[in-house]
Write a protein that binds this ligand. Structure first.
Ligand code: PGA
Length: 252
């Protein structure tokens, strides 16, 4: 059976002390919840990983980096590799976020390499896909999503897919306050599950966690998470306040 997951993506926000405080507040709140129906993960900047790892109970709150390099080690000034991320005690990495694809020119080929290196390092991958407003409006969005998954994930074995979480994030809904309706999101999640089933069979498709991301907040999370194929969320803005984030964590 697949897991429900709510993962925060802090992006380039908080200093280390602020991040430690936020992570502690999330972990304390998670520990108090008697009946949690999802796993909780915080995705934090590289600089925060070690300190946040110390501040949380990793059995209660998972820890994600927001990126990793497409090389293992060597002369790549400023880069942080998957084994380095894993050595902090983090257990996840977010890859393929639309901001990385767009602003840092990460191609499907680069992401494929990053996915392989992350899995080799023992990290679980939260792999993002999603269409732009233009692609939504011109009707190419399903093809765009299918290509993003095929080009960076579909070389993996069924066993490796057990360590992949997919996040559907329509770019037009990220940070804009415009959420996809629960029906729009459900349609794409069911579509993603169907292409997983075509490639890997029903069992893998049923076992894969598919998150929704894009202006998800406590007020809209219950309706989104009630849908059959929406297994949680990847949360940007609303993950920066423990109370808002917990409002989403408890939305199942
Ligand atoms: P948002 O970001 O919740 O601020 O829209 C989501 C994301 O980019 O992962």
């Amino acid at each position: 059976m697949r897991k429900n997951i709510v993962a925060g993506n802090w992006k380039m926000n908080t200093t280390v002390p602020e991040g430690v405080e936020l992570a502690k507040a999330v972990c304390e709140a998670v520990c108090k919840e008697q009946n949690l129906k999802c796993d909780v993960v915080v995705g934090v900047p590289f600089t925060h990983l070690c300190a946040v790892r110390q501040a949380i109970d990793i059995n209660k709150v998972g820890l994600a980096a927001e990126n990793c390099a497409d090389h293992v080690s060597g002369a790549y000034t400023g880069e942080v590799s998957a084994p380095m991320v894993a050595s902090t005690g983090a257990n996840y990495v977010i890859l393929g976020h639309s901001e990385r694809r767009e602003y840092y020119h990460e191609t499907a080929e680069i992401l494929k390499t990053k996915v392989d290196l992350a899995l080799e390092a023992g990290l679980k991958v939260i792999f993002c896909c999603g269409e732009s407003l233009e692609q939504r409006e011109n009707g190419s969005f399903k093809q765009v999503i299918e290509d993003e998954l095929k080009d960076s994930l579909f070389h993996l074995s069924a066993e490796q897919m057990a360590n992949i979480v997919i996040a559907y994030e329509p770019i037009w809904a990220i940070g804009t306050g415009k959420t996809a309706t629960a029906d729009q999101a459900q349609e794409i999640h069911a579509f993603i599950r169907s292409i997983l089933a075509d490639k890997y069979g029903k069992q893998v498709a049923d076992d894969t966690t598919i998150l929704y991301g894009g202006s998800c907040k406590p007020s809209n999370a219950p309706e989104l998470f009630a849908k059959a194929d929406i297994d949680g969320g990847l949360i940007g803005g609303a993950s920066l306040k423990a109370a808002d984030f917990m409002g989403i964590v408890t939305a199942f």
